[in-house]
Design a protein around this ligand. Structure first.
Ligand SMILES: [Cu+2]
Length: 125
């Protein structure tokens, strides 16, 4: 094997590793269950280069609060928009912005940054 071929093999192996890691990483940012009691539930989403966790699972029929912990200074993530709820919140005014999420119906409520670049969702079940 020539040097070029060896380099090609090594590069391919690294790429395969990176791609595999990326996919596994995606799986890891799985849904986060809100915590609380029968009367209320809440979850915190850290806003830093995206939403972490990006999927939050809520229990149907229990009043829910979603806390957005703002740790990002880019304009991109300054607003969070829940299209379906008619919510467009400026997250830069407080460290943590709380948004009430209706849980009367099961289903998925999507949210995104003001420019619709970063996405997350709330699953009510
Ligand atoms: Cu954005």
């Amino acid at each position: 094997m020539g040097t070029t071929q060896i380099i090609a093999v090594v590069v391919t192996a690294i790429l395969a590793g990176v791609i595999g890691w990326w996919f596994l990483g995606k799986h890891e940012e799985a849904a986060e269950l809100a915590t609380g009691s029968d009367n209320q539930q809440s979850a915190t989403v850290v806003v830093k280069g995206g939403y972490s966790p990006s999927t939050i699972v809520l229990k149907k029929g229990v009043p829910a609060k979603l806390n957005f912990d703002m740790q990002d200074s880019t304009a991109c993530l300054s607003h969070v928009v829940f299209d379906r709820l008619g919510v467009n919140e400026d997250l830069t005014k407080r460290d943590v912005t709380t948004i009430d999420i209706p849980t009367d119906k099961t289903g998925t409520i999507d949210f995104a940054c003001g420019m619709n670049m970063f996405h997350g969702k709330v699953v009510v079940k």
